[in-house]
Ligand binder design. Structure first.
Ligand code: NAD
Length: 482
């Protein structure tokens, strides 16, 4: 059992607290680490180290900064299995899900190697007689990220590589529920030999988050987490004069037309709704069965979900792991019961699931609720567990209106063989990530990760060209050399 430290100014240091947050393996309930609940003083130390490192780092040639990313990628490849295994142990997902997450994280490091090509400015001669004008992109100072439990390795990598390759310095505050993979990541960064203070890790909970958001020397914050916290982060950062991108929670709808290939659609929906035990911000949570799609879709979903093998993520044959904690299990089971009492029919019941030999594990079995209506809590609120609700609607128009009535707008998918419906869906549905015959519409590293309505607060999204905009400011130079 490891007592975690912070990584500040190029060294591992004890947090200035005697409060430690227990970290459990959700499959066994074993205590696997203690995470310091770092204080405002710890955050200040990290920000000061990052601030001191900034001037020298920003004047390090961008090609040299990018070279670190090539080496970073190689070190991550060397420790790929170790990092993936830790994601399984602290988060509960399956080995392949964890490998997929780390692979996606490495793709963000790949993206950062292209910063020299992407952060160029632009220039025009003779904006007036003999006067030339240039817009240069400059790094801004200390950026920070506050990240969630569900992708403990990938989400920090959405931000850190691009933030530092554009010439900023960085402070990461990960989730205290899954802090150990960042202990490994910063061990890798330590081996990389970046100048002291370029990257810093502060482990902790709400107090350290607030200290990050209020710190006068932090110029911007990238946040990923639930909607209520995303709102707090957006407001607090704005109040303290910072740039902010706050990616929030989700309630993702999947519409299935009668002309869809039902077997292929259901295979996709299974991965979307029950992959990572439903703890993805892109997880399909509500299936909208259109017209005659309902009967075959319902039958196929029930058949496939009933046969999912639930167990420890470390067992390579497991198809669905645990949810994050005993509290999460209790909350999710409570939401299933609320749906039932509001009139939903529990077609497949994952409440009270147990796995032999892991009786203390936070397992919730795959759950399907039928006869759900848009006003029920299971259709409106984020469950963040392996629970799929089925709403039956008469036509495409009603499906689009049902989806657009949601207060969330992270992702939505349509399964169909009609190009017209596909185009209409993409055009009209108010969600930031749209899947057509794809259940998890996850933006790859060179595209921004979408999000609308209460799923995103800000204007520049994480990843892709938006991240270059977010991590740089444009300085205008107007020159006359008459
Ligand atoms: P969370 O909001 O509870 O925590 C996220 C981070 O915020 C953690 O680091 C936490 O320590 C910190 N935090 C918690 N309460 C805070 C407060 N009051 N003030 C300041 N900081 C605080 O989220 P979670 O439970 O770790 O993650 C799951 C949520 O994240 C889900 O809602 C999911 O949809 C969302 N998510 C969204 C995306 C996206 O891209 N939109 C991606 C992944 C996860």
């Amino acid at each position: 059992m490891k007592r975690l430290k912070n990584y500040i100014g190029g060294a591992w240091v004890e947090a200035s607290t005697d409060k430690y947050i227990p970290v459990h393996n959700p499959a066994t309930c074993d205590l696997i680490a203690e995470c310091p609940d770092s204080t405002r003083a710890d955050v200040d130390k990290a920000v000061q180290a990052a601030k001191e490192a900034f001037d020298e780092w920003r004047s390090t040639p961008v090609l040299s900064r990018a070279q670190y990313m090539y080496r970073f990628k190689n070190l991550l490849e060397d420790r790929f299995e170790e990092l993936s295994k830790m994601v399984v142990e602290e988060n509960g997902k399956t080995r392949d899900e964890a490998r997929g997450e780390v692979r996606r994280g490495i793709e963000s490091v790949d993206f950062a190697t292209s910063v020299p090509a992407l952060m160029r400015g632009y220039r025009m001669e003779d904006v007036s007689s003999g006067i030339d004008e240039t817009a240069e992109r400059q790094p801004m100072g200390v950026f920070a990220a506050i990240t969630p439990f569900n992708f403990p390795a990938m989400v920090p990598l959405w931000f850190l590589p691009t933030a530092i390759t554009t010439g900023n310095t960085f402070v990461l505050k990960p989730s205290p529920q899954t802090p150990i993979s960042m202990d490994i990541l910063f061990d890798i960064l330590d081996e990389l030999g970046l100048p002291e203070g370029v990257v810093n890790l502060v482990q902790g909970g709400t107090e350290s988050s607030i200290a990050v958001m209020e710190h006068p020397d932090v110029v911007g914050v990238s946040f990923v987490g639930s909607t209520p916290v995303a709102k707090i982060v957006y407001e607090t950062c704005a109040k303290h004069g910072k740039r902010v991108q706050a990616q929030g929670g989700a309630k993702n709808y999947i519409a299935v037309m009668p002309d869809a290939d039902m077997t292929a659609s259901v295979a996709n929906i299974m991965g979307s709704s029950f992959g990572c035990a439903g703890q993805r911000c892109l997880a399909g949570s509500v299936v909208v069965a259109v017209g005659d799609a309902y009967e075959p879709l319902r039958a196929e979903l029930l058949k496939r979900a009933s046969s999912l093998r639930v167990g420890s993520g470390l067992d390579e044959t497991t198809q669905m792991g645990t949810v994050i904690s005993a509290q999460a299990k209790q909350r999710i089971e409570g939401m299933i019961s609320a749906g039932e009492s509001e009139g939903a029919q529990v077609l497949l019941d994952g409440r009270g699931a147990t796995v032999a030999g892991l009786e203390q594990g936070a397992f919730v079995g795959p759950t399907i609720l039928d006869g759900v209506t848009p006003e029920m809590s299971v259709a409106r609120d984020e469950i963040f567990g392996p629970v799929l609700s089925i709403i039956h609607v008469p036509d495409f128009e009603t499906a689009v209106n049902t989806i657009n009535a949601s207060r969330y707008g992270n992702a939505a998918s349509l399964f169909t063989s009609s190009g017209k419906h596909a185009r209409d869906f993409k055009y009209r549905v108010r969600a930031g990530n749209i899947g057509i015959n794809v259940g998890v519409a996850a933006a790859t590293a060179s595209f921004p990760f979408g999000g609308q309505k209460e799923s995103f607060f800000g204007d520049l999204h994480g990843q892709g060209p938006d991240s270059i905009e977010f991590y740089t400011d444009k300085k205008i130079l107007i020159e006359r050399w008459g």
